[in-house]
Design a binder for this molecule. Structure first.
Ligand code: SF4
Length: 75
């Protein structure tokens, strides 16, 4: 596996954030829009418990590169 092309998933139980490293252009939009969840200097850098699912979805939809996507978890 190319270490520069990883896909990671982070879930709060309701929504799962998917991040594809190869697509990320490091614009910082996610961290600006939702700094409680997207913390590029931390590990793990996405903390899905830190805001509402609605806010997460809104932030993911603003990712300019398509690196962030999401799916709703099955209940
Ligand atoms: S908004 Fe998208 S492209 Fe920008 S840093 Fe976040 S994940 Fe990467």
């Amino acid at each position: 596996m190319d270490p520069k092309n990883i896909t990671k998933e982070y879930t709060n139980g309701e929504v799962t954030i998917v991040w594809q490293s190869a697509k990320c252009i490091h614009s910082g939009n996610c961290a600006r829009n939702n700094p409680d969840v997207f913390q590029p200097r931390e590990k793990p850098w996405i903390k899905p418990e830190a805001s509402s699912s609605e806010k997460i979805i809104e932030t993911v939809n603003k990712c300019p590169s398509g690196a962030l996507t999401y799916f709703l978890n099955k209940k």
